[in-house]
Design a protein around this ligand. Structure first.
Ligand code: MYR
Length: 284
């Protein structure tokens, strides 16, 4: 059995079979639609979410997991005999999830629990989780795994576009000034994360131009050598994601491309139709 247990939250959107294969524990965030509250990925799938969204007038809201859910998870892993736990979460600048996990960690005794703030979310958060889980399966200790996660941060990039900035603004994840600039100029900015917060990267007028610019940024990185993992991330627009993923796979030899999604919690804040691309350099 591994010595180190890996915990994450639902916003890494790792498929259940992958979580099972690599013994990854997942603690879900919540989404409230109308009168109903759901734990995403447990009692609400992503396709169910986007269907419900079409039939609801009141926009959904989200919340972080309860501290108690993390305490239960950590206690269970301790009882199973793990010696250390690494708990990897979406950026602490956009959600209180990391803070909940850290509060829970301080309540659980006799096991070392290390938090890792991914400073991002979705598939790129999943990169950290999967790499950590693979290393844990190979017998690495928490210190070695955390050092590798820090190294991944140095090559990880993620850019995304939304149909309307209103969702991000309504949820308080984009400041008013950035919203005004976007609306006044009728632009579709390419967004990215800077030190864990969402900020516009470049102002582009059409989605086509935005996609072309993101592919140019990817090219700048992958042509420097080495192998890359690339993910196209979509909010209920699988066909466009498949087309883009194919284009990227054909254009670059040294990349392994897959497709992921913006699930219920992140979809609430980005809106349907959002599209993103993330990548990192494989270094193990
Ligand atoms: C909560 O209620 O605690 C969850 C808040 C989630 C905010 C999500 C903001 C958008 C994140 C976009 C990630 C894009 C990654 C490529």
């Amino acid at each position: 059995m591994n010595k180190v247990a890996i915990v994450t939250d639902s916003t890494a959107y790792l498929a259940p079979d992958i979580r099972d294969q690599y013994a990854i524990e997942m603690v879900p965030l919540n989404v409230v639609i109308g009168e109903d509250s759901y734990q995403e990925e447990i009692d609400l799938t992503t396709s169910e979410f986007y269907k419900l969204l079409k039939n609801t007038e009141k926009l959904p809201t989200t919340s972080q997991p309860a501290i108690g859910h993390f305490v239960e998870t950590f206690e269970k892993l301790k009882d199973q005999g793990y010696e250390e736990i690494i708990t990897i979460h979406l950026s602490s600048k956009i959600s209180g999830t990391y803070q909940s996990a850290m509060s829970a960690a301080s309540m659980v005794e006799d096991i070392s629990i290390e938090g890792f703030d991914s400073e991002i979310s979705c598939a790129p958060q999943g990169y950290f989780v999967l790499e950590a889980a693979k290393m844990a399966a190979e017998g690495a200790d928490a210190k070695t795994i955390l050092a590798h996660l820090k190294e991944i941060k140095t090559t990880l990039k993620a850019y995304f576009m939304v149909d309307s900035l209103q969702h991000l603004h309504r949820g308080g994840r984009l400041n008013a000034a950035q919203l005004v600039v976007g609306n006044l100029l009728k632009i579709k900015p390419i967004l990215h994360f800077e030190e864990g917060s969402i900020v516009p990267f470049e102002k582009v007028r059409t989605e086509k131009k935005a996609v072309a610019r993101i592919c140019q940024l990817l090219e700048e990185d992958v042509t420097q050598g080495g192998a890359y993992k690339v993910t196209v991330i979509q909010a209920n627009r699988l066909e466009s994601a498949e087309t883009l993923a194919k284009e990227i796979q054909v254009k670059f030899e040294n990349v392994d491309v897959d497709i992921s999604h913006f699930g219920p919690v992140i979809g609430t804040h980005l809106g349907e139709g959002s599209l993103g691309v993330s990548w990192f350099k494989l270094s193990r």
